[in-house]
Design a protein around this ligand. Structure first.
Ligand SMILES: Cc1cc2nc3c(=O)[nH]c(=O)nc-3n(C[C@H](O)[C@H](O)[C@H](O)COP(=O)(O)OP(=O)(O)OC[C@H]3O[C@@H](n4cnc5c(N)ncnc54)[C@H](O)[C@@H]3O)c2cc1C
Length: 430
């Protein structure tokens, strides 16, 4: 006896950025889809959608034009970055579809199709990114114009100091001021999620604005830590702008990240609306490849076990943090299919002896080698299974943290994997 037997065309394993994007693209193409996974690193995601801004990482060269960086990295045949397998117009389509979906779901993003934008971080540094949530745009513009600006810090919120931002930016943006203000209702200590929910209440915003107005002076914009609401972030942002009479922006904070939570909330609601069957906070425990093609996937054990028959799978299980890869004494292992992992010869080469070396560590570019259809390869260099595809940070030959290509890599490779699935499974009638 088992709890349930399910069937689908496509099983997406992983519900981080890549898995969510793959489920979105698949369901919009009418592919019956099941997605499964724990929260993943989406709750850490700052809200900024990076496409590509640093290449090569050994020199730390920063690119204002992400496409130029992608064009150049795609010439590296020896270490083929996953982007090198996707033509530019397909990456553009992936980003367009993903960002339109977010906009239709009430989370609009701003971007300039050929240019990264400089965004202030919570450390007072600048980060180049491709697409900026609407709630952060005024900060990009205020910095660009070097407008007088007031930054708010809530002492109850740990890990965010507007004074640090002010001091770090002083040389390039002298007209930034910062103040500490108690969060309305005088809580002792608050978590970002509580603050975000409180700010969805109009009376809380009213009290906050009342405490800011005497300090506003010449400020043309006011910056807050990124806690301006979860489901109602657009409403909170617009209301604060109206009440303050100046532009308002959010600054990304340390995790847990409210912009990440916004994205997760949207996906969890909208994917169900799109007909995707979701198994959140669960995992695939075992997989069997069927002789007839396709897979049988097992979730849970005993009487609670769910068995899922899928014609194809997109593996988007992430890296070590999300347990898609496991680092063991004998080497790095892929955890669901036991696929070969591109990795240094032995553990001694995982890390650069200079821990802070700009070029990073070999372990960070370990991952799955794939063909042009995003199918993981077996030991002989052939696709391990005809209908198994992979997407996101589990892929080899990329260091998304240093290259600043996290979300872009997840979205573009999810798009390519769904297209490849469609072609392989529907095209060949598997
Ligand atoms: C702290 C932090 C900040 C970030 N900030 C940014 C940013 O500012 N801009 C940007 O562009 N990107 C950012 N990113 C990166 C962005 O979130 C990436 O796109 C992401 O890390 C890679 O996504 P992924 O879906 O490949 O993997 P993950 O998000 O790691 O998701 C993997 C998923 O696989 C699931 N899984 C693993 N094993 C199984 C199993 N056996 N069965 C079922 N499910 C399984 C996990 O539960 C999880 O849901 C940030 C990431 C982190 C960690």
């Amino acid at each position: 006896m088992i709890a349930a037997e399910k069937r689908c065309d496509l099983m997406v394993i992983g519900s981080g950025m890549a898995g969510m994007a793959a489920s979105l693209f698949a369901s919009r193409r009418g592919i019956s889809t099941i997605v499964i996974g724990h929260t993943g690193s989406i709750r850490f995601f700052s809200g900024l959608i990076d496409l590509m801004s640093v290449y090569p990482i050994s020199t730390g060269k920063t690119w204002e034009n992400p496409w130029e960086a992608i064009r150049i990295l795609s010439t590296d045949q020896e270490h083929p970055h996953p982007y090198s397998r996707i033509q530019r117009y397909r990456i553009v389509k992936a980003m367009d579809e993903f960002l339109s979906f977010l906009s239709e779901s009430g989370l609009p993003y701003y971007r300039d199709s050929n240019r990264n934008h400089a965004v202030i971080t919570s450390q007072g540094t600048l980060k180049q990114t491709f697409a900026v949530p609407h709630t952060m745009v005024a900060g990009v513009e205020a910095f660009h114009q070097k407008e007088p600006c007031l930054l708010i810090r809530f002492p109850e919120l740990k890990g965010f100091s507007s004074r640090q931002i002010q001091e770090t930016m002083n040389g390039i943006w002298p007209s930034v001021r910062s103040i500490d203000l108690p969060f309305p209702n005088h809580f002792h200590e608050l978590f970002p999620e509580q603050m975000a929910r409180e700010l969805e209440i109009p009376s809380c915003r009213e009290e906050l604005v009342r405490s800011i107005l005497p300090h506003l002076k010449d400020a043309a914009a006011v910056g807050f830590p990124a806690v301006l609401g979860i489901e109602k972030s657009m409403e909170v942002h617009a209301d604060l702008e109206k009440r303050l009479g100046v532009r308002v922006f959010e600054i990304p904070c340390l995790p847990p990240s409210i912009p990440g939570l916004r994205l997760q909330t949207i996906f969890q609601h909208q994917l169900v609306q799109l007909g995707v069957q979701t198994y959140f906070q669960q995992q695939v425990d075992k997989v069997t490849a069927l002789d007839t093609g396709g897979f049988l996937l097992y979730v849970g054990e005993g009487l609670d076990q769910i068995r899922i028959h899928a014609r194809g799978v997109i593996l988007a299980t992430g890296r070590f943090f999300s347990k898609g890869l496991a680092a063991e004494r004998t080497g790095i292992r892929e955890t669901v299919f036991n696929l070969p992992v591109h990795q240094p010869e032995n553990r001694a080469y995982w890390h650069n002896p200079d821990f802070l070396a700009r070029s990073g560590h070999a372990i960070n570019t370990a991952g799955l080698s794939i063909d042009d259809s995003f199918r993981p390869l077996d030991q002989s260099g052939q696709p391990a299974f005809p209908t198994l595809f992979a997407a996101g940070s589990i892929l080899a030959h990329q260091d998304w943290i240093r290259m600043k290509c996290g979300a872009g890599l997840s979205i573009a490779t999810a798009y390519a994997a769904v297209e490849a699935f469609e072609k392989q499974v529907h095209g060949h009638g598997i």
